[in-house]
Design a protein around this ligand. Structure first.
Ligand SMILES: [Zn+2]
Length: 323
């Protein structure tokens, strides 16, 4: 059932079965002639049912809905093709529109995983578990681009778009200065830390992420409306915690490389501490190994760019060692 957060702004809980995220927070703004949905859910029946029931309870017809999507991950974007009608305006960011338009399937990601030591046989299995593979949008609707600092009006609210690359390359938050709240997508979460992965050779997603945390630090935010889990108020405190979390991770990796060098990202990930309900790395679900390895790559890349570690080998796998 919809939960009213502010007058005419509601939270719908869209279940994400089998995911440690548990559910997506979809926000719905009632605005009279046009209504706005922020983030949609996976392209699967359980999400669609929850969304349609929520809209029905709010007395909203799909023909009157526009959609804003914080980033391209399937739990936010996947259901859009099931919700969009001919009248729907869909708002999205430019970097990820380009990723979607130039999408060559999962093969480059698989090849890059293998390059980082992820064993080929479990890699294929991991792909078939990947939510983007199973529950992605089946077609791409027309996307209206919003850029950093653009304004988006919805009902009584006037949002400033704030681009926050890191979790994904074009991730975008919506800031409501008058209401002093931030619709944060997966940029800032409570209880869990946003996954910062790297599956391509150039780029520094962890560096981008930390810059994006600094970018939003001084906004006047009394309440955060995140993409998953609970809403929260201790905004700057949480940003500080997230930054410390990554500093701690970087130290942990330097220690791992100190003891056994050189090491692939996959080997590094297997020795890092993860907040997952499994006794050992071997018992991790394959999808979690995949996310963990992507996270290890982003941290290794960060350290490499800053001259703390270097590549010991490039072929057939990339290994790193301390400088
Ligand atoms: Zn998400």
């Amino acid at each position: 059932m919809p939960e009213e957060i502010y007058p005419n702004l509601y939270r719908l809980e869209i279940p994400l079965p089998e995911s440690p995220l548990k559910y997506l927070n979809s926000y719905v703004i009632k605005g009279g002639a046009r209504n706005l949905i922020i983030d949609t859910g996976l392209n699967r029946d359980v999400c669609k049912t929850a969304m349609l029931e929520g809209l029905k309870a709010l007395d909203i017809d799909l023909n009157t809905v526009d959609i804003f999507i914080t980033h391209l991950h399937a739990d936010h974007f996947g259901l859009v093709s099931e919700l969009a009608t001919q009248n729907t305006k869909i708002y999205f960011n430019r970097p990820e529109k380009e990723i979607i338009e130039h999408w060559k399937g999962f093969e480059p990601m698989i090849a890059y995983g293998a390059k980082n030591g992820f064993p080929e046989e479990i890699l294929r299995a991991a792909l078939h578990q990947h939510p983007g593979f199973k529950y992605g949008s089946k077609w791409t609707p027309v996307l209206n681009i919003l850029n950093d600092n653009d304004t988006l009006d919805a009902g009584d609210f006037r949002f400033t778009c704030i681009q926050t690359p890191g979790h994904t390359q074009g991730h975008m938050c919506l800031y409501e200065p008058e209401g002093r709240f931030l619709i944060a997508g997966d940029h800032i979460l409570l209880d869990i830390t946003p996954n910062i992965q790297c599956w391509w050779e150039d780029g520094d997603p962890l560096g981008d992420y930390i810059n994006s945390l600094d970018k939003v630090y001084f906004l006047n935010v009394d309440q955060v409306l995140p993409g998953h889990r609970r809403l929260f108020e201790n905004y700057t405190e949480r940003i500080d915690e997230l930054k410390h979390h990554h500093e701690h991770r970087l130290d942990e990796i330097l220690n791992i490389l100190d003891k056994k060098s050189p090491s692939t990202a996959f080997e590094t990930a297997s020795k890092m501490t993860w907040d997952i309900e499994a006794d050992s790395w071997d018992k991790f679900p394959v999808a979690q190994k995949w996310f963990a390895t992507g996270e290890a790559v982003s941290h290794l890349r960060y350290l490499e760019r800053r001259g703390k570690i270097r590549r010991a080998s490039e072929d057939p796998v990339i290994t790193f060692e301390l400088v």
